[in-house]
Design a protein. Structure first.
Length: 76
C-alpha cells in the first residue's frame, strides 16, 4: 500500500472554522488523476514524438512546451 504524506500547514491568517471549511471544500474536489490515472506519456506511434518531452526548461523542470502567438515557448 502506498504511503500518503500529510501536507505541511503553511502560515495563514485563517480562523479554525475557516480552515475546516476550506479543508472540507478541498476534500470534496474531484481528482481526475486519482480517478482516471495520469496521461500515458510512453505512447508512441510511427512518426509521433511528444514535443513536450524534447523541450526542457533549464530553470523550471515543471514547465512544458506550449504554443504562443509568436511560435512555441516553454511555460504553463
Amino acid at each position: 500500500m502506498e504511503e500518503r504524506h500529510v501536507p505541511q500547514l503553511l502560515p495563514a491568517s485563517l480562523t479554525q472554522q475557516e480552515h475546516e471549511i476550506l479543508a472540507q471544500s478541498n476534500q470534496e474536489r474531484h481528482d481526475w488523476i486519482e480517478q482516471l490515472g495520469a496521461q500515458n506519456r510512453k505512447m508512441t506511434t510511427r512518426g509521433y514524438h511528444r514535443l513536450a518531452d524534447l523541450w526542457v526548461s533549464t530553470t523550471d523542470p515543471d514547465a512544458t512546451r506550449m504554443e504562443t502567438k509568436t511560435g512555441s515557448d516553454v511555460g504553463y
